[in-house]
Design a protein around this ligand. Structure first.
Ligand code: AMP
Length: 579
């Protein structure tokens, strides 16, 4: 018997009502266990508020105005009435529920999901009307509770407080019988990056399914990440033997997949960004000698041979005027890794082997280059290379292991790659990538704007965002405009479930963790006002004298600096000397 959408709606009601991490997991396990494998796939996407993996097109193209039209025609009410209710309630899902659907609770999960796919795929002339019609149709068959969730999913505002990680943990218990398998499952997810596909495979085959995933063309893997150290000599402790020191470019991570004539560029957030960088796609087509390959690199803006700041590159992240901007802000990709070549996965090859293959796969050109570097076991050589890189205007270096264990580990922040940035070298100041979770209204000259942003670090262990600092300085006029625009769609009526805030820090406005900003700070101190690390240490940790640097559109909330990293920094240098 196919599972009914009304059961999914009650499951969502249950999830909405709990706040404990463990309870939430228990509810997830119970529900997922009763589904068929293909329903597991769909339910995984829907529960995260989406309709497919990140690397596919998942936007339905339904603006709030369109959804209001659908609710009005399905419930037979005037636009005025629906708009008035929306103003009062602030949630169109709730409005649809209160206006009452007329369905008889017979919709299945599959039916609703396939309607969403049809809405997404409606294109060309009259596509808006087609989308509204499809949504109206399904709302007419929905009960009030079902209508609430259909609208929230359609608008991308489901927000149940379920993270990818919570689902993976639930899969471990539901389909492999033990939470101890969660790391194996997480590793598979870092490689396949399709939570629905992974859930379906686990439901069918149990833990054995984790063996079936390897890198595949057209499906990005999570990027391998770098650790940080406090002093250059520490690099030698972590990477014994020869070190491949490479230039660190301050741009946007890009994974290029070439499958014959088809080339796709993926961002670090696993989105298809090919349309935003047509010159890179064209140049890569000419520069890549292999028929099929997957390459990893960093795109930067370059003008007159000089690498330009990251902010300029971010102007290339646009939907419109791409042709104008490709001339205004041209880009270059520096490639530093190869993960797949002519039908073979290279994830388990050592870095020197991969580097050799990379060099023989690429023809250096104006827009496609190999990352510059030097290999040595001597710290003075590494130090000199770092200084030369900084003089060239680069961010610093990434030191990479060349030993037999130097495999490509998707999504892992291990000691095989270590970053050393000029900010670290220049003294005590450190930068943090933090998720914005709240704001405080401005006063005086800041009236009508925010006075400060409440920012959180990511706690990977419990998949929550824990507040770490309140940033009130460093904003330019332009920043205020851009931040307002980026934060508006993330506004939440109540505290998002994944966010941990102390009572003394409650903001005027809450945001779903979605926007990441880079913040410079001077010192990490113990603080009862912040939630970061409170689980582990007795008190929370806070960043003092924070200053806004820039928006990081290329990073998602789970790419934020982790609580674990903050604890490590706190233990070492970001602490006042003992008296
Ligand atoms: P961060 O974003 O500060 O954690 O620094 C790590 C990032 O540096 C990576 O995710 C890449 O986007 C970027 N990067 C720049 N140059 C390199 C390089 N040569 N090797 C690896 N990563 C690089």
């Amino acid at each position: 018997m196919p599972t009914l959408f009304k059961d999914l709606a009650s499951f969502y009601d249950e999830l909405e009502a709990v706040s404990s991490h463990l309870k939430l997991r228990e509810i997830l396990v119970r529900f997922f266990k009763r589904l068929s494998a293909s329903e597991v796939k769909i339910t995984a996407y829907l529960t995260l508020g989406t309709i497919g993996p990140h690397y596919e097109k998942t936007e339905l193209g339904i603006a709030e105005k369109m959804a209001i039209r659908a609710v009005c025609s399905a419930c037979d009410v005037s636009k005025e009435k629906a708009t008035k209710l929306l103003k009062q309630q602030g949630d169109l899902g709730g409005v649809a529920e209160s206006l009452g659907g007329r369905g008889k609770n017979q919709l299945t999960i599959q039916q609703v999901y396939h309607t969403f796919l049809a809405v997404r795929d409606a294109s060309g002339g009259g596509s808006q009307d087609k989308k509204i019609q499809l949504l109206t149709g399904i709302l007419k068959s929905a009960s009030p509770a079902e209508a609430k969730y259909i609208i929230r999913i359609a608008l991308g505002k489901l927000r149940l407080g379920v993270a990818d990680k919570s689902l993976l943990d639930a899969f471990a218990i539901a389909f492999t019988g033990s939470i101890d398998n969660k790391e194996m499952i997480e590793d598979s997810y870092n490689v396949c990056t399709d939570i629905g596909g992974l859930g379906e495979a686990l439901a069918k085959k149990g833990i054995k399914a984790t063996r079936q995933f390897d890198i595949a063309l057209g499906r990005p893997v999570q990027s391998m990440l770098a650790q940080r150290v406090n002093e250059v000599p520490e690099i030698l402790e972590k990477i014994p033997g020869e070190i491949a020191a490479e230039e660190k470019y301050d741009g946007e991570r890009m994974q290029i997949h070439k499958d014959g004539a088809r080339l796709i560029a993926f961002s670090r957030r696993l989105e298809n960004i090919s349309a935003q960088y047509p010159e890179i796609i064209e140049a890569a087509r000419k520069s890549i000698k292999a028929k099929t390959t997957v390459l990893d690199g960093e795109v930067v803006a370059v003008k007159n041979g000089k690498i330009m700041p990251f902010q300029l590159l971010m102007q290339r992240r646009r939907k419109y005027n791409i042709e104008e901007y490709r001339v205004k802000i041209p880009t270059v990709i520096f490639l530093f890794d190869i993960l797949y070549l002519n039908g073979e996965s290279l994830l388990k090859r050592s870095y020197p082997e991969r580097k050799k293959l990379l060099a023989s796969t690429i023809r250096d050109s104006e827009r496609v280059k190999l990352a510059g570097g030097v290999t040595s076991a001597r710290i003075d050589v590494i130090q000199a290379f770092f200084e030369k890189s900084v003089k060239r205007g680069l961010e610093g270096i990434i030191a990479k292991s060349t030993g037999p264990e130097s495999l490509y580990k998707p999504g892992k922040r291990g000691w095989a790659w270590i970053k050393w940035k000029k900010e670290y070298a220049q003294g005590m100041r450190e930068t943090f990538d933090l998720a914005v979770v709240g704001s405080y209204a401005g006063k005086g000259s800041r009236k009508g704007r925010f006075g400060a942003l409440l920012c959180a670090a990511y706690n990977k262990q419990n998949a929550q965002f824990e507040t770490f600092t309140k940033v009130g300085s460093g904003f330019t006029e332009k920043d205020f405009v851009q931040l307002k625009k980026a934060l508006h769609p993330l506004e939440a009526r109540t505290k998002p479930k994944l966010v941990r805030i102390e009572k003394t820090m409650l903001p005027d406005t809450y945001y779903e963790p979605g926007l990441v900003i880079e913040v410079l700070g001077a010192e990490i101190t113990d603080s009862p006002n912040h939630a970061a690390a409170k689980d582990v240490l007795k008190t929370g940790l806070a960043l003092r004298f924070p200053r806004f640097i820039r928006i990081r559109k290329d990073k998602g909330p789970t790419d934020a600096t982790t609580v674990k990293e903050i604890i490590a920094l706190h233990k070492k240098k970001y602490k006042k000397p003992a008296r």
